[in-house]
Design a protein around this ligand. Structure first.
Ligand SMILES: [Zn+2]
Ligand SMILES: [Zn+2]
Length: 449
């Protein structure tokens, strides 16, 4: 039989132990884990650092991520993609510090900055757009590297043999920044009616395509982007949700070789929290411009929901964030099921021309068709199957992967405004017309006979 007194005694003994244990842990957390000085930063719940040791920890992580890859050679030209926001300013600052203090043998490359104006997609800043952009570029210039400027709509001019990026050296006032209304309208038109998730995904790929095209034209060897471990964990989950399963590995690794110029992610070992501490302790200023996600609800898009999930995860289980994005490198699609042609937008190998009738993609196509048609008769199912394989779907899937084609599959009108596919669309129209009137055409063979 148990007595109340015994219970009370037991509990007090236990809570006494607990108190001394917590006190010990508390004292430990107030000392830097490296040098016993007073700690300023607490990482991963049990890693306290003083300011000096925290900077050393960051700089070591940055250098080792680049060094381990063995991709950056001496005197390589590197383009840093900077939006002026948190991650890109941290990337810029770390690059500057690394190049200033590391010996040429350890790490050395020639950096330049690229700023891409995305205000075409966020009407909030349109009124004083030029002024805001001018301020950001001025801030970026203060880091001492040359700054290149372009805007997202310039993606329409990539194949036009026209200028689509400029050196900011000669831009002295807000009015100097070039703008092209036709390209802006074309881009807006191509995005009209898209869901928020599709728009965000579409813009992400246009931005990457434009960045790598600029890097290639200007003779760079690599592009650095500010993706952190949190962004990569988000990429992985978003890719699964947006039908880009086959691209997970390229989208989360250090080196992304899909584009003309390799995209590298030197911040991939950092948590967003570490970046925030780094900027704060270095007194770095940054500008976060309003974008499509500004003032939206948590459930407004797949990307926003994933971001929320990862942010909470970072707070409660920081190690899990690393587990998620490291899994990405292991999720490789077998090459034999991918054909060699690449998607015009995201440059991944096309994943949607599969002969396997039992694949998930075929199942998706079938259910899409079934949901479009009113209750099908069983005998018609074969007809539906064959119908799902031709028409617009197949036309688009010749040029775009499954993920990139989703927003365009059922709307031919938008497809013709697609900045990358405009010329392809004109060619397709011409072929269609030629096919229609081919009986009335005199071709070379006829002439010969
Ligand atoms: Zn210390
Ligand atoms: Zn694609």
């Amino acid at each position: 039989m148990c007595s109340v007194e015994e219970d009370i005694e037991d509990i007090s003994k236990y809570s006494g132990n607990l108190r001394s244990k917590t006190l010990k842990e508390y004292r430990n957390l107030h000392k830097c884990k490296k040098c016993d000085l007073k700690s300023l930063v607490l990482l991963q719940k049990k890693d306290p650092f003083c300011k000096k040791c925290f900077f050393e920890y960051c700089s070591h992580k940055f250098r080792s991520t680049i060094g381990k890859s063995k991709k950056i050679k001496h005197a390589d030209k590197v383009l840093l993609a900077c939006s002026g926001g948190r991650k890109s300013v941290a990337l810029l600052h770390m690059t500057k510090e690394t190049l200033a203090f590391a010996t040429a043998k350890q790490i050395s490359f020639i950096p330049e900055i690229l700023f891409i104006d995305e205000s075409v997609a966020s009407p909030c800043i349109e009124e004083n757009r030029n002024h805001t952009i001018h301020n950001i570029v001025k801030e970026l210039k203060s880091h001492g590297f040359p700054v290149l400027y372009s805007s997202l709509e310039m993606v329409c001019k990539i194949s036009d043999n026209q200028d689509f990026f400029w050196n900011c050296e000669n831009f002295s006032s807000a009015e100097d920044f070039p703008a092209c209304c036709d390209s802006q309208n074309c881009l807006k038109e191509s995005m009209a009616g898209m869901s928020l998730s599709a728009k965000l995904d579409y813009m992400k790929h246009l931005r990457l395509l434009l960045t790598t095209e600029i890097a290639s034209q200007a003779g760079f060897n690599h592009v650095f982007v500010g993706d952190t471990s949190c962004s990569l964990a988000e990429n992985l989950l978003n890719n699964i949700n947006l039908g880009r399963g086959s691209q997970i590995s390229a989208d989360t690794s250090f080196c992304d070789k899909r584009y003309k110029i390799t995209v590298c992610r030197p911040l991939r070992e950092f948590l967003n929290k570490e970046i925030a501490f780094y900027l704060h302790l270095n007194n770095c200023s940054y500008t976060v411009l309003p974008d499509l996600l500004t003032k939206t609800e948590a459930k407004s898009s797949i990307q926003r929901l994933t971001e929320n999930f990862i942010t909470n995860l970072q707070e409660d289980f920081p190690a899990t964030v690393f587990t998620i994005f490291r899994t990405g490198g292991k999720l490789l699609k077998q090459d034999r099921v991918l054909i060699t042609e690449t998607c015009l937008l995201c440059k991944s190998k096309l994943d949607n021309i599969e002969l396997d009738a039992c694949s998930a993609l075929e199942a998706l196509k079938l259910s899409e068709q079934l949901s479009k048609n009113s209750i099908p008769v069983v005998a018609e199912s074969e007809y539906i199957l064959s119908k799902s394989n031709d028409g617009e779907n197949l036309e688009i899937s010749r040029f775009l992967c499954h993920g990139c084609s989703i927003p365009f599959r059922n709307n031919k009108k938008r497809f013709q405004f697609h900045p990358i596919l405009k010329s392809v669309h004109i060619r397709m129209k011409r072929d269609e017309m030629k096919e229609e009137i081919k009986d009335f055409l005199i071709n070379d063979d006829d002439e010969a006979s």
